[in-house]
Each structure stands twice: as C-alpha cells, then as structure tokens.
Design a protein around this ligand. Sequence first.
Ligand code: ADP
Length: 478
Amino acid sequence: MIRRFQLFVIVIVLVSIFIVGAIGVFFMSEYADQANEQFLRSANDLFAREIGRGVSYEDASATCLQIFGNTTDDFRITVVASDGTVLYDSVENAMEMDNHLDRAEISSAIESKSVAVQKRYSRTVGADMLYLAIYHPESETVIRTSIQQTVYQQSIRSMQYVFIAIMAVTVVLLGTFGYFFSKRLSRPLSELKKAAETVSASDYTVRINTTSRDDIGAVSAAFNKMAEKLELEKQTIEANNERLADLQNMRSEFVANVSHELKTPLTSIRGFVDTLRNTEKVDPAVQKRFLEIIDIEAQRLHQLINDILQLSEIERLQPDADKEHFELCDLISETATLLKEKAEERGITIVFEACEPLPVLADRYRIKQILINLIDNAINYNRKDGMIWLSAKREPNSVIALHVRDSGEGIPPEHLQRIFERFYRVDKSHSREVGGTGLGLSIVKHIAALYEGNAVAESQEGVGSLFIVRLKIADDLL
Ligand code: ADP
C-alpha cells in the first residue's frame, strides 16, 4: 500500500517535471526563434543599407560578419535576383549555385514583395537552417540572411539534459525519502499487525507502546482499549466459570451428603422391618421396642427432609417476602415456652432476661426458626440441669442482635468456624442421638444472610456457648 503510494508520488512528480521541462523547451525554442529572426532581420537591414550606400556585396557582408560576430559557417548572407539567380553568397561561390526560385522563403518573399521566414534543411550547407528573406523592390533583389539552427538547438539540448538530471536527482531523493518515510510509517503498522495476531490467538495481555498523536497513534490507543476490554471480559468469564464450578461442586457434595444422611435411617428401618417380618414369634416387648426405633428413624427422616426443604426455600427467598408487624420479645418468650417442656425433661432452665419492647416488621416464621434451632441446640448440647439465657437488643444501624447462651459442653475452637456448614457436626453420634440433622445452624446462617446479617458463635469448653445472630431490621414503631 505504502509502496504503491510512493510509486504514485514519484510518477506524479516525474510527469510534472517532464511537463514543465517540455513547456520550458517549447518556450525557449520559440524565444530563440524570435531572437534569431530579429538577429537575421538586423543583419539583413545592415547589409541592405550598406549596399544602398554603394558598397560591394563582399564588403557589406564582411561588415555584417564583423558586427554580428559569427563565423561564416553559422551565419550566411545570400543575394538572389527576382528571377532566382544567385548574385552573391557569403559561403559558396554564387556562380556555381543553382537557381534559388524553388527555395520557399525566396519565392514567397518575391511573391509577397516583403518578408518570408523559413526553417529547413540546406542542401548547400548540409544543416538545418533558419532563413529570413526580404524583397527589395528598388534593386528587385531578395536579400536572405540565415543561421544554422544547430547553434541554438545545442543550448536547448543542454537545457533538456539539465531537466533530465533534475528528474534523476528527484527520483533518487524521492526514493530515499519515501523509503525512510514508509519505514517509519510501516513500523507501527507491522507492530499493530503482530499485536492483532496475538489477540486473535486469545492472548489479550498485549499492548502497543505509542506516543504518536497521529492516526496510527489513535488506532493503537483504540486497539489497547479493545485489548483491555477483552482481557477484562476474559477475566470475568473465568471468574464466572470458577464460581459455576464451585457451585456445581457444592451441589454435588450436598446431594452426596443428603443421600448419605437419608441412607442411615432408611437402612435402620428396613433392618428392623425385616427382623420383625422374619421372626415367627416376636416377643411383644421386643416388637414394641423395634416399632419405637422405626418410629424414631422415620421422624429423623421427616426432620431431615423438613430441614432440606427449609434450606432450599430460604435460598430461593427474597428478603422481603411475607413480612408482618410483631413484637420480637413476645416471639422469643413464645418460642421459649414451646421448648420449655423439652428443656424441663432434662432439668434445664430457660431464662429470658428482661427485654425492651422491640416492634419489628419481618418474616415472623423465619425469625422463629432461628430461635427454635438455637434454643433446641442449647438444650441438646447442654449438661443435665443446665441453664439457657435468652436476650435481644437493638444495636446501631438498624441491627437487632439475638443472644442464646447455654451452660453446655462448649465447642472446641477448631470447630467454631465450621459448625455453620451444612451437615457439619462436632460429634456425629451425639448429634444423631439428640435427633440432629446437621442443618440447624446452616439454616440460621442463611436466614441471617437474608436479613443482611450474620451468625457467630463463642464458646468455652466445659463452660458453655454463646450464639449471636445479627439481623438488619429497621425500627418499626407500630
Ligand atoms: P445438629 O442438627 O447436629 O444440631 P446444627 O447445625 O444445629 O446441627 O449444629 C451443628 C453442630 O454444632 C452440632 O452437631 C454440634 O456439634 C454443634 N453445636 C451446635 N450448637 C451447639 C451448642 N449450643 N453447644 C455445643 N455444640 C453445639
């Protein structure tokens, strides 16, 4: 492309120089013709004047030659009678010359009885000549002065050489200039091409170093912007893919966990059913015990499925779904009453410390779920005759904090972070014994997240644990 442009420029310049040269040569030869004509006319006039004074042809011609300073070869004077007879010639012997009536300038000067100019080849001299013939009526002769054209043609030729030399220098200069210019121009272009190829090979980290403010600089800047955008998009896609993969992993892990959790009670149920079916005479006491176990396992299955359904429902839930106005303190004592019987069975006392009125607008059922799960755990993992303390208070920035504290076995520090994970239990058999599913705290954490809050646990082994759930619930002064 650049090469073609370069060639185009060279051709244009050459054509221009050629045209200027041709015009110059044309005008120069025109000018030379005029000057020569003038010269011939002056010589002719001088010669005629000399003759008029009675001077001989030879002397008049010598005077002319002297004044006009030409050699005889270049400048020539001829006198021709009106019948064409050559009377005198400054170069040849007139007596030996043929009749000149056939010479165009002479015949037309005689015919018009004035001046005639002619450019032609002279057989006598053997060269291109310029002739000027003037008819003189008083002597009835034609005086012809002539000059060899080669004399001025030479200077025109040398001018042509100058033009050719100028053209050659121009070609060299333009070629060199064009070479460096195209190199300068094509360097960033080839860089751009290389960068584009890199990008097309999915490597978006490539950038073009550019400081120029011209079009190529603008293209480079646009290219860099594009590469940057592509790189960002690629990163986003990669991050999304990673997230998707994580999600996929979590899902399959969850499915595996659920299947495992379902399998244990089911195996147990089928085992007892098989035993009962295959035993012919079953002791009624044993039968009752077996049926109780089957019932417990069935309840566990029921609880597990309930918890799973709850989790998936919370995950799909919008934060503002099913909101209602209620007093949080009332809900806490209501939930405490609900679990009081279970606590009392183990001699555990639930203490609900004085609560400031906390009117809220929230999903009452979800908040109750948090409380049930926490209090239930506080009972399950408490010691015999232990204590449970409940409290709730408002914190800055529309946060409500629920506290559930127990005097139970506590949680070893290395487990504290993980107990909120699905199916994570510190002591699996203990959890199963108390009817746990391993999903309770996970449900609590998810509901808290729904309210832009969180759930944390503090614990001291052998002393007890404190669960704090923070929820963002704006003041609702009914
Ligand atoms: P689970 O159904 O097993 O109780 P959770 O998700 O409610 O499942 O709790 C997870 C684990 O955290 C429990 O198995 C238990 O080991 C531990 N944990 C929960 N609450 C308490 C608590 N108040 N005191 C001691 N350990 C607790």
